[in-house]
Write a protein of this length. Structure first.
Length: 476
């Protein structure tokens, strides 16, 4: 009986059905086919608020100017007559009130996520004009209001932001004077004004002496010795604490982490990592000096290995060694390209033609004095050897008669450095005749003889003086 009664109540008679005027501007129509949207669901575009589309046009992906198929949409149920405003459906009004109940007045961004078809400004203005500022507030007006005319945007930013507690809030009062740590030193609890850490090494060491008191009347020898041991134990902890603090400051551990002592190669870094534990007992400067000495020793060993390898392959100069190293690198490669081979040929050709390449070999023939001389006058070693050979030949050819007059005659035809080389060789005893040698030997013998005579006379005078001194002492 209840179901039959409910059915009778929901039945609509033919008199209740009113004809619909399709030309009525209040009737919602499809934007693509202009068909009236009544007694049927339809599609509403979220990006285009005025865009309504029937199911048939939507299924064929029909579009119009300004609307795309990639726009988000909402499936709407037909509402024959709006309740409050011409551009607000009954469902939108219900969702607006539901969103206000859920999020509260003012949270329009959250409320629009419930409605989906309206923006925050539309929701806010519609709510205040319809439910707050109307004559029938808090109820909506009895008549349907015209479409909403949005007010111009405010001249200032109304974007909602997360509220922050005031200065006097309990959270700020609790954090006052405790700013967040921003540096490694602050993370470690370093207090530079007090020159100590917030949590020190053996932080409870002061408890050893905090309760110590000395009373002459009640103090016994045993208790006194016990208190002294406590003081000594505290001093040990205090010295270790000071040592650790100074170590952290010396190595700048408050702001940086020590990775190495400045080594550049992997071998040097490995050596530094091995000696780094010694930093606890050795001052920084001494440890740095020790590390540099180890690096120098390592480099010297590598240089010695390189030199031994060069000598084993017959290399005598640095230039040849560099070329040998380059050639060895090419041979170590599994495949040498034509470009690398061409570059090697050009490099070896330039090296052989360079004056310094042969000069480095010829310098080993010269004596130290000759090398110093050619460097002083900026003369190539090969040119010096040629001039030396030429002068010796001229000296022999002219029967040991070679002087500056002959050299001056040769200057117009030969290198102008001949005169300098001649004087150098002459001063070193190269151009000497047999008579000059005999004369020099005679001079040396005379000098030696004179020196011997002077020594004999000096010794005789010294002996006579000693004898006279001894006689005077005896007479006294």
């Amino acid at each position: 009986m209840a179901s039959r009664k409910r059915k009778e109540e929901t039945e609509i008679s033919e008199d209740d059905i009113q004809p619909v005027n399709v030309n009525d501007p209040t009737i919602r129509k499809c934007w693509t086919c202009d068909a009236p949207l009544y007694h049927m669901p339809y599609i509403k575009c979220i990006k285009c608020p005025e865009m309504d589309q029937c199911i048939q046009c939507f299924s064929t992906a029909a579009t119009c100017e300004g609307h795309g198929t990639d726009h988000q949409f909402v499936l709407m149920d037909y509402a024959p007559e709006p309740l409050t405003r011409a551009d607000w459906t009954t469902e939108e009004d219900a969702l607006l009130l539901f969103g206000i109940k859920m999020y509260g007045v003012g949270n329009w961004n959250e409320i629009t996520k419930v409605i989906l078809t309206k923006n925050p400004r539309e929701c806010e203005q519609h709510y205040y004009e319809t439910y707050i500022e109307s004559d029938t507030a808090p109820l909506p007006p009895n008549e349907v209001l015209p479409k909403l005319n949005l007010a111009p945007p405010l001249p200032f930013d109304t974007t909602p932001r997360e509220s922050k507690p005031s200065i006097s809030h309990e959270q700020n009062l609790r954090m006052r004077g405790k700013e967040k740590s921003t540096t490694p030193a602050e993370w470690a609890g370093w207090m530079p004004k007090r020159h100590e850490f917030e949590i020190e090494y053996m932080n409870e060491a002061e408890e050893l002496i905090s309760d110590i008191t000395f009373n002459e009347k009640t103090e016994t020898n045993q208790s006194l010795q016990f208190k002294i041991k406590q003081m000594l134990s505290y001093n040990v902890h205090l010295r270790e604490r000071h040592r650790r603090t100074e170590l952290a400051l010396e190595w700048n551990l408050l702001d940086n982490l020590i990775h190495d002592l400045g080594g550049k190669t992997p071998e040097e870094i490995q050596i530094e990592q091995q000696i780094m534990p010694m930093a606890q007992a050795i001052p920084k400067d001494d440890l740095m000096e020790f590390a540099n000495a180890l690096h120098e020793e390592k480099r010297a060993q590598e240089d010695m290995k390189t030199l031994i390898n060069w000598r084993e392959h017959g290399i005598m100069t640095m230039d040849e060694g560099y070329l040998f190293n380059k050639l060895q690198e090419l041979l170590d490669q599994k495949h040498v390209t034509d470009q690398e081979l061409h570059e090697w040929n050009e490099m070896i050709t330039r090296a052989i033609k360079a004056p310094g390449f042969r000069a480095s070999i010829e310098r080993e023939i010269l004596t130290d004095a000759e090398n110093e001389f050619v460097n002083k006058i900026n003369l190539a070693p090969l040119d010096f050897l040629k001039i030396k050979d030429f002068l010796i030949r001229e000296f022999v050819h002219r029967d040991d008669k070679l002087d500056e007059e002959v050299i001056n005659e040769l200057l117009t035809e030969h290198d102008p450095n001949i005169n300098k080389v001649f004087n150098f060789l002459k001063n070193n005893g190269i151009f000497m005749t047999l008579d000059d040698i005999r004369s020099e030997d005679e001079t040396k013998r005379n000098v030696t003889k004179n020196n011997q005579i002077e020594n004999v006379e000096t010794n005789s005078l010294k002996k006579n003086k000693e004898e006279s001194t001894s006689e005077e002492d005896y007479a006294f």
